[in-house]
Design a protein around this ligand. Structure first.
Ligand code: DGP
Length: 112
């Protein structure tokens, strides 16, 4: 498996880790788009949002519990944005499900 995020999970590629449990890893994005910009990923390989199903959706539920906790512990009390890009048109560049958790600035809407 040549998935870069699987290599980060296994410790084969370093990351700036923010949080880890048995199902979820959170680390700082290498190309931050906000003062706070973390990637929240399942440790198991899920290709993207289109690959979420009854067998793995409990991991996604955990991811959103972690996001709620981090929004407070990381000081994003004025608001935050969660984004997942799925597929070519959305600009997904890593084919391992990940949620961008961003905060520390105002965000415009609709996103471009
Ligand atoms: P997306 O374009 O939605 O698939 O987001 C992929 C994100 O992953 C992008 O913001 C940059 C980030 N990224 C890619 N490779 C690495 C890496 O090796 N380390 C870290 N920390 N982030 C990475």
């Amino acid at each position: 498996m040549s998935c870069i995020f699987c290599k980060i999970v296994k410790g084969e590629i370093p990351c700036s880790k923010v949080y880890e449990d048995d199902l979820v890893l959170v680390f700082n994005d290498i190309d931050p788009q906000a003062p706070k910009h973390m990637l929240v990923i399942p440790k198991e390989h899920i290709g993207g949002a289109a690959d979420i199903n009854k067998g793995n959706s409990h991991v996604v539920a955990r991811i959103f519990e972690v996001i709620a906790d981090l929004s407070k512990s990381e000081g994003m009390l004025e608001g935050f944005r969660v984004v997942t890009n799925n597929g070519k048109d959305a600009g997904q560049s890593v084919d391992h499900l990940h949620f961008h958790l961003m905060g520390g600035r105002k965000f415009s809407w609709p996103a471009g």
